[in-house]
Design a protein around this ligand. Structure first.
Ligand SMILES: [Zn+2]
Length: 343
């Protein structure tokens, strides 16, 4: 680019002088010394102006190139709303490609019990058009177990909804089936959808960021405790766990009652921490503080949304020796939970 402007500079002055002699003299026909002095003065000023102009153009070109580099690097990360493959935005927010006939944006989430539109004694799934809950359809489920029976049929009838376009699809393909554990990719996909619809503000973002990290983890179903291996990037998940089995069997805390979704939320947080937040360098205490906070967030969400989960207590810390938070009921215990627990 610079060479082009240099050539322009070099050729500019001779051509101007040539023009000065032939055109100026021919037009005025008074080639006296005063005229030549005046022309020389004007030509020098114009030459200075021309040189300033070319330098200005050079400077602007350099500025444009400097600005263009970050724009080119940033552009591929921009969300492409019309592209089904562009469902993950740079912000990590889920991008819905579902539109109704009028072009409105369709989203879904589970409602809180007592929230306007929630069905009594049911886990209610709502359908939203441009953020507003629709009267119909609405689905009332007995519990999350029923979700796994109903969800494929519910979404098969939803126009424009395709499983492979949903965040969580990619994660479900990371499953390495174990013949001894009943769990396949399709099952895992619907569990992840339940997590997204229960907690679209936080857990759904972790799921998006995990898929957008460009890395993968191995997901291994297990009969044992759910766990995450930071060195091997491997997530172990027990899809049947409803009770924490303590090493010391004399311990009997109420918070030992759990749910496979709660276990998955915990280990998915570890995977997110590892792949998206450099968790390899963190201490065990820091890793578990984050994962227990994520687990408690889902425990509380299930407690507030699913009538079948009203027995779920907050987890008081990572160690199984920690007693339940004070309170005669799960509701009272949640009243004594302040979002942070000891390791
Ligand atoms: Zn953990």
């Amino acid at each position: 680019m610079r060479e082009v402007f240099c050539c322009h500079n070099l050729s500019f002055r001779p051509s101007y002088e040539k023009e000065d002699i032939s055109d100026g003299a021919a037009r005025l026909r008074v080639p006296g010394p005063a005229w030549r002095l005046a022309r020389w003065f004007v030509a020098e000023r114009e030459w200075e102006m021309a040189r300033f102009g070319t330098r200005l153009v050079e400077g602007m070109a350099l500025l444009l190139i400097t600005l263009a580099v970050p724009i080119v690097l940033w552009f591929p990360q921009m969300p492409a709303e019309n592209d089904p493959n562009g469902r993950i935005g740079s912000t990590g927010l889920p991008i819905s490609t579902n539109r109704d006939a009028s072009g409105g944006r369709i989203t879904y989430r589970f409602l809180y019990r007592g929230e306007a539109g929630a069905l009594e004694d049911r886990l209610t799934l709502g359908r939203f058009l441009d953020g507003a809950l629709q009267e119909r359809p609405r689905w009332g489920l007995i519990d999350t177990r029923q979700w796994f029976d109903w969800a494929p049929d519910i979404f098969a009838r939803e126009p424009g909804w395709a499983a492979e376009n949903q965040p969580g699809w990619r994660i479900s393909t990371w499953l390495r089936p174990d013949a001894s554990v009943e769990c396949d990719s399709e099952q895992l996909f619907w569990v992840i959808q339940a997590l997204r619809l229960l907690d679209p503000e936080s857990l759904a973002n972790e799921i998006d960021m995990l898929e957008g990290s460009g890395q993968t983890v191995r997901i291994v179903p297990t009969h044992g405790p759910s766990d995450y291996d930071y060195d091997e990037d491997t997530l172990y998940w027990n899809p049947m766990s409803t009770e924490h089995i303590p090493a010391d069997e004399r311990l009997k805390w109420k918070w030992f009652q759990t749910d496979p979704l709660v276990a998955l939320a915990h280990v998915l947080n570890h995977a997110w921490h590892d792949l998206c937040r450099g968790g390899d360098a963190a201490s065990v205490e820091e890793r578990e503080r984050l994962a227990v906070a994520a687990e408690n967030r889902l425990r509380h969400t299930l407690f507030l949304k699913d009538p079948a989960c009203s027995h779920l207590y907050p987890r008081p810390g990572h160690q199984e020796t920690w007693p339940d938070l004070p309170g005669a009921s799960a509701l009272e215990a949640w009243g004594n939970y302040y979002g942070r627990v000891p390791y």
